[in-house]
Design a binder for this molecule. Sequence first.
Ligand code: 5GP
Ligand code: MG
Length: 185
Amino acid sequence: MMNRTDHILTQLYSSEDIQKRIEQLSSRIAADFRAEEIDLVGLLNGSYMFLADLTRSLHAKGLGMRIGFLTLSSYGAERRSSGRITLHQDLRLDIRNRKVLLVDDILDSGYTLQFACSYLLERSPAVLKTVVLLDKPSGRRLHMEADYAGFSAPNAFLVGYGLDYGGKYRERPDICILADPSEKG
Ligand code: 5GP
Ligand code: MG
């Protein structure tokens, strides 16, 4: 039976680091949207934990919101983006003329965020902004930047805080670098 010790994890951002950074991000977002009501669209599955903490932090700063989800995937069980994005579950919020903040866990090649932005723009929001907790600029394959980014991360495969590898490790409160399984001792 495979167990967690099959992968070597090295902590990159502690739970405290993440919560501090989310406080800073939400202060900027709340100031920019000026206590208006916004629609947050989380990309599942990876963004669920970030979205939960971000929404609580935005609430504490007086921002009202509706929350919806879009389920996309590009990775399957692989570590590299295929560039082919699949829509698994559609958004059930009507975002026409609304101020929308798209929330994702990590911006790497840019394919996912680009796909999600074009998809949402077809629904004619008044404003569309993007926030990612993690940005890996070295992984970029196309021109795409987030309006708000938490951490500029190294070019490594990350797990925890919603990010998985083959479905595992999402539940961790911290973010870790996953060593290549072939490197394990
Ligand atoms: P992109 O399409 O920009 O290459 O990647 C975005 C998506 O790929 C993210 O939403 C995330 O789900 C996944 N991804 C990118 N880098 C990583 C990583 O280091 N670890 C994990 N677990 N997922 C990643
Ligand atoms: Mg994702």
